[in-house]
Design a protein around this ligand. Structure first.
Ligand code: NI
Length: 180
């Protein structure tokens, strides 16, 4: 099910997400919602806190840039090794209309539970490595803007506040069909 994505700044986007005890049906349903919402947006990664759910669950799909990769859901992901440095112009589904160069590790190794609760380890690079770092940041209440200067962050905060106000005051679309 496609759900609403919280827009930054929002208090839930600054909170630390709790680890998942067991990958049960509710976690699998959350994973399904994350994929549905990410593809509808569209985006290459989404973290549960962006849906207002403070659990350590993320989904990724970087096939558009890395055809050899596949869609991945990660529960309780932990970065266990980082190497090199790279920069990439990142956006975020919670910060629409903005993108900035962010410096991150070039290669990462991540340990996580898959959607069946099985422990996995993935070594990755390129956009997938960047997306893993971006999404795991969301699980500790960080967005990519926290890697930038306070001035850049303040300017984007101003623009986002304005966008959120405009959205809130926009008239809802005219009902279609049998609205009474
Ligand atoms: Ni994001």
């Amino acid at each position: 099910m496609v759900r609403d994505i919280l827009l930054w700044p929002h208090p839930l986007l600054s909170q630390v997400a709790a680890p998942v005890d067991a990958v049960d049906a509710s976690v699998q349903a959350l994973i399904g919602d994350l994929f549905d919402t990410m593809y509808a947006a569209p985006g290459v990664g989404l973290a549960a806190p962006q849906l207002g759910v403070l659990r350590q669950v993320i989904v990724l799909d970087t096939r558009a840039r890395q055809p050899e990769s596949c869609p991945i859901a990660m529960v309780n992901p932990r970065l266990v090794a980082l190497a090199g440095t790279t920069t990439y112009r990142e956006g975020c589904l919670s910060i629409p209309g903005e993108a900035e160069e962010v410096e991150r590790a070039e290669r990462v190794s991540v340990e996580y539970l898959d959607e069946l609760g099985q422990p996995q380890r993935l070594d990755c690079e390129g956009l997938l490595a960047i997306a893993v770092q971006h999404e795991t940041d969301h699980l500790v209440g960080r967005v990519y803007l926290d890697h930038l200067s306070p001035l850049t962050r303040a300017l984007i905060r101003q623009r986002m506040r304005r966008r959120k106000r405009e959205r809130a005051s926009a008239r809802p679309a005219a009902p279609v069909g049998e609205a009474l």
